[in-house]
Design a protein around this ligand. Sequence first.
Ligand code: NDP
Length: 504
Amino acid sequence: MRLFARTMSSFTRTVSGPWNFVNGKRCNPLHPDGVMKVTEPATGKLLCEVPKSSKEDVSSAVLEAKKALGGWSQLSPRERGQMLIEAGRIVRNNVEDIARLEVRDTGKPIWEARVDILSCADALEYYGGLAPGIVGQHIQLGGGSFAMVQRQPIGVIGGIGAWNFPMQTCVWKVAPALACGNTFVYKPSQFTPVTAVTLAEVLSSAGVPEGVFNVVQGEGEAGAALCHEPDVSKLSFTGSVPTGIKVMASGAESLKTVTLELGGKSPLIIFPDADMKNAVKAALMANFLTQGEVCSNGTRVFVHKSIAKDFIDKVVTATKKMKIGDPNNDETTVGATIHADHAQKVLDYIKGAKEEGAHVLCGGERVILDGPLADGWYLSPAVLVNCTDDMKVVREEVFGSVMSVLEFESEEEVVQRANNTNFGLAGAVFTKDIQRGHRVANTIEAGTVWINNYNLYPTEVPFGGYKHSGIGRENGWAAIDAFTQTRMVYVEMGDVDCGPLYQD
Ligand code: NDP
């Protein structure tokens, strides 16, 4: 096993294969199952061709992860932590290059990609720092006997990610899992294969040994194969509810534990005493980052009737000022939708909303840009009013830049309406009344509630969903709980007392 054999912080800075990463190096699948043609969202043109990993290739990667488990888990947590901190340093020093790769993969604006990649550095450094603090317990029992509760890794982790935050989703799983001594096989989304392999190269440069982190590329079949692997002990999944249900069902076959980060339809509640400018800024953050392709988005914006007109005027004015353009330009705030089918789905939701009686005050249309960007799917961010709770656009996750504004009159009414959904990922309340802020936050059925802000996820705090939005938590100490299991060792200091069972 190679420890601290640090090379220069070398990783591939262009979009080029091979695309799998197994046993410490980029490689092609040995038994490819066809090729994925990946489109660059910004241009609508071919970005790369990625061979799909077959079931055999997934099994080989899992085998390498299993072989690496003994050595990795036996290192001191401090040694593992040092490598993660080093990986964080490499990411931090190369934010611009990695962010540019993320833009090519996702079509999101470069300023956002920089934030995402910096958050990857944060997570690597945080879990690197936390690693030596992952300790067990000593429990004193009677007669001098005692128990030790040891925190152990779970084994080989299978990770599967969505396409909206490709590297961040991967790091949120891999950093805590590796800190705890697990090894990993990750399958990125077919739409965004690029930066998981970048992460693999960064970890390798930081000294992480061969086989500890592996990447297999493919579509749903490769993900399903990973879920069925008998040597994978835990599945950590980010994606839609229907796929999450399949992942959980296949994990159940061999009693794998699962963490599921799924979709949302979160409420953002604005009371009359809210700071209006901050509420407007938060509504933009809650709806229009990454072309609206954000799981925790506050797409149901409940505004008190008394301030609705003012809020709507201001939010529409601000939305119209957003700059649709080349995601590589610093001034762009609306990039390209991930692919044509998804853009069409978003446009269909807007069409359906109009048919149900909603009014579109701005946006909701395809914008065709000049030159090489002409084939990208750029949608203008939409603000919908005259919405009702029963409309499809208000009930279902659109995953596009579509804000539905709903009016309310009382706190009791808005809380009931906010919770009237099967989702429970996030929510927010805007008010200057500290008691109302806490009272409402305490009643929102969601894993994350912001008071007077939106869509912030510091690494230090847990993130995950209630109800159909997921199971388990990522980030913070919660991820350490998720990637460890405890073993109790009872130490008897006296004689065995078995009552009348034994007679001298
Ligand atoms: P999908 O559920 O379609 O796909 C997610 C991942 O699962 C992809 O890598 C996909 O592969 C893979 N997959 C597909 N079928 C299977 C299967 N049968 N078994 C195992 N894996 C499979 O979601 P999207 O990629 O479209 O992502 C959007 C969704 O993700 C939204 O609902 C969003 O809310 C949610 N999300 C949740 C987040 C959270 O933290 N709560 C964060 C980000 C997104 P492939 O794409 O290659 O077919």
